[in-house]
Design a protein around this ligand. Structure first.
Ligand SMILES: [Mn+2]
Length: 358
């Protein structure tokens, strides 16, 4: 049995039998589940099935699926995944409604941290191993779509930094307070943002340790120092080390996004992969390939971009990585199921690499 596990990420609207069968057919054994619904009404539209690109109005409203964060529901999801031959490995992302004041250092911060602790305990009780998160104020913004990949396949890119400020009541692309009134989110400094992260990790990592959950941080996507006039946390590879050093623990880990790392202007993706997997700090990996560096890059097919995934798998093998890897987003292929075809292509390619690279 392979120590590197191939997984599949399920957006909220894909938590159904058909997508679970599809994932298993692609070779996945593990599931990463998004309980937050970013898509709203666009969910199920084949061309919108990737993570939304993030316009200034944001994604769907926060909290739409808040009532689904119950032990009963997690156990139901687990049962359904298991019935399809998949393990419920991770939950990806907290709902902004649950922790906006953790991100903003607002008045409800401690109350919201208590709720996050409950979620961590609940996830552990449901048999989940990892919770991925984005400690990000502006979230994804300024991305564009176009025929950027091989054969004019439609994919995502970035062409310059979005300077439009975040409106009040929004964080991480989602509106958590509809009646926040006019005006924009005040800016913070990078150091203030690191203080907020430290406050959060020092409060929740001990709870995660107690119940065996790994918290896993996604880097800032797109990785630029400022976006929408808000500071970013991890936008160069070495900043991941600072995050780990806030609190050294198996429960303070990384959601290692290779595409985002490849877009960073400093360091290189192979050194970063070696550095962080040799510390056993990577809980799971997002797979996608890109061409270019932030803020000017295009997402492309897994075998045509700047990242050589053969070399990545060699490094993972050398460092005995035994976590999960999932495709992140992929270009859409010209057929009746553009999203599924893109994902199946990426999965098949990775499955082939895992079978051939010792
Ligand atoms: Mn990612």
């Amino acid at each position: 049995m392979d120590t590197i596990k191939l997984g599949f990420g399920f957006y909220h609207h894909m938590l159904d039998s058909s997508t679970m069968r599809f994932a298993r057919q692609c070779g996945a054994t593990h599931a990463v589940v998004h309980l937050v619904d970013y898509h709203g009404d666009s969910g199920g539209d084949q061309l919108a099935d990737n993570q939304p690109v993030g316009g200034s109005d944001g994604w769907a409203a926060a909290g739409a699926t808040a009532e689904e964060w119950t032990l009963e529901n997690l156990l139901r999801i687990r049962k359904e995944l298991n019935a399809h031959g998949l393990e419920f490995y991770a939950i990806e992302n907290f709902d902004p409604l649950f922790w906006y004041d953790v991100l903003l250092a607002g008045p409800k911060r401690d109350e919201q941290i208590e709720h996050i602790k409950q979620i961590i305990r609940m996830a552990a009780e449901a048999g989940v191993s990892v919770i991925g998160y984005n400690f990000s104020l502006a979230g994804v913004a300024g991305r564009i779509t176009g025929e950027f990949a091989r054969g004019n396949a439609v994919s995502v890119g970035m062409n310059g930094v979005d300077e439009e400020p975040v409106p009040r009541g929004m964080v991480w692309n989602m509106v958590y307070e509809r009646n926040a009134g006019p005006g924009v989110l005040g800016s913070a400094t990078h150091e203030q943002l690191w203080d907020r992260l430290s406050y959060f990790l020092n409060a929740v990592v001990p709870v995660a340790e107690e119940c065996g959950i790994r918290l896993a941080a996604h880097p800032d996507d797109p990785p630029v120092p400022m976006l929408r006039r808000q500071p970013r946390l991890v936008y160069q590879p070495q900043m991941y080390q600072r995050l780990l050093d806030v609190r050294r623990s198996r429960s303070n880990a990384l959601e290692f996004c290779l595409g985002t790392l490849a877009e960073m202007t400093e360091g290189d993706v192979y050194n970063a992969t070696d550095l962080y997997t040799s510390q056993q700090s990577v809980a799971y990996i997002h797979l996608r390939n890109v061409r270019g560096k932030a803020p000017h890059y295009h997402e492309v097919f897994i075998d045509e971009g700047d990242v050589d995934f053969r070399e990545i798998v060699r490094i993972l093998r050398r460092n005995s990585f035994d976590g999960v890897m999932i495709p992140d987003h992929t270009p859409q292929m010209a057929c009746g199921a553009p999203w599924h075809a893109g994902m199946a292509y990426a999965m098949g390619y990775m499955k082939g690499l895992l079978q051939t690279i010792e």
